[in-house]
Design a protein around this ligand. Structure first.
Ligand code: CP
Length: 335
């Protein structure tokens, strides 16, 4: 594997092989598998899980990693193309990325969306301007519109919990948050659940529809896997018989890049906080999923997050095993 950027780049059989490997590495560690290998980690956006789980994954496989982020005492990094660098930033990403990549055997990059133009973000313009500078294997650690590592871990979590793939009912629900958040997780999650063959409902208020290109991609994945996609703003209809609710806040797509428009729209939506009554018509063992970090009492109530439905820690732990599988396939000795 040279690139891990999008689950859509793989077949379902290839994803299954990665998940089998992730489960094997969970039960039977291979502390020599990546001996002497180095993973470069470039974080242009904040992280807890991705940062820690990639480092832990490399250590568990016998390799090592190093992290570069703007919070460290590095030269200020300029990301804009064609800029005259007479301001604060002393180094351009065009040099920094290939230099960082040259120290490792593979590189992971995280760079959130700019969130000014939806077309710009959907095209992953900034992310690909960086990956085009790399001559090593690379991993998307969350870009404007994708988070494949999260999705692989979430798929594993549903497999671990024996949540049905074909015929399983999955609700991806918008949730309240005081700020407009990126589209990466909802877009990746929608595609993942559809690709797994689930019957997926996107539950969101008006103005928060996911982009048509993302819906089309998910419909294609559902068609190939035997799943389905629908969209509604009716909570009780969406939740009827649900086996999973995956909550996430995201930016208004109607007012994308327009902070005031987005704020005006979400102001009345603070009741979109997942709580026990949401589960009234759900399957009795309906699970609550979230990628974390999550705001308690804003996105989800304490009693749901701390209760038996919540599998958020399981998801976060699976980040490490999913990424171990990716790194093993990318950097391990080929038998
Ligand atoms: N879910 C996730 O990617 O978490 P971090 O932002 O903490 O890495």
């Amino acid at each position: 594997m040279k690139v891990f950027n999008d689950l859509a780049d793989f077949s379902v059989d290839e994803i299954s092989a990665l998940l089998t490997l992730a489960s094997r590495l969970d039960k039977h560690p291979e502390p020599e598998a990546l001996r002497g290998k180095v993973l470069s980690l470039l974080f242009l956006s904040p992280s807890l899980r991705t940062l820690a789980s990639f480092q832990a994954a490399m250590i568990r496989l016998g390799g090592g990693s190093f992290v570069i982020s703007p919070d460290m005492s590095i030269h200020g990094l300029e990301t804009r193309p064609g800029i005259v660098m007479d301001g604060v930033a002393a180094e351009h990403i065009r040099e920094a990325v290939p230099v960082i990549a040259s120290y490792g055997d593979a590189i992971g990059i995280r760079a959130f969306a700019e969130r000014k133009s939806i077309e710009y973000d959907l095209a992953e313009t900034e992310f690909h301007s960086m990956t085009s500078l790399i001559d090593k294997p690379w991993i998307n650690m969350e870009s404007a519109i994708n988070h494949p590592c999260q999705s692989l871990a979430d798929w594993k979590t549903m497999d671990d919990l024996k949540i049905p793939a074909n015929g399983g009912k999955f609700v991806l629900s918008w949730a309240y948050h005081p700020k407009p958040l990126p589209l990466a997780v909802p877009c990746a999650t929608l595609h993942m659940a559809a690709f797994r063959g689930m019957d997926v409902t996107v539950l969101r208020p008006a103005g928060f529809e996911l982009p048509e290109a993302i819906m089309q991609k998910a419909r294609a994945a559902a068609a190939s896997s035997g799943g389905s996609i629908r969209e509604t703003d009716d909570r009780s209809d969406a939740m009827e018989g649900a086996q999973v609710i995956y909550a996430k806040s995201w930016s208004s797509t109607k007012f994308y890049g327009d902070r005031n428009g987005d704020q005006n729209l979400r102001r009345e939506l603070d009741h979109w906080c997942v709580d026990n009554p949401w589960f009234d018509d759900a399957a009795p063992d309906c699970r609550f999923m979230h990628c974390l970090p999550v705001r308690r009492g804003v996105v989800v109530s304490d009693r749901v997050l701390d209760g038996p439905r919540s599998v958020v820690i399981h998801e976060a732990r699976n980040r490490m095993f999913a990424q171990m599988a990716v790194l093993h396939q990318m950097l391990g000795r080929k038998s």
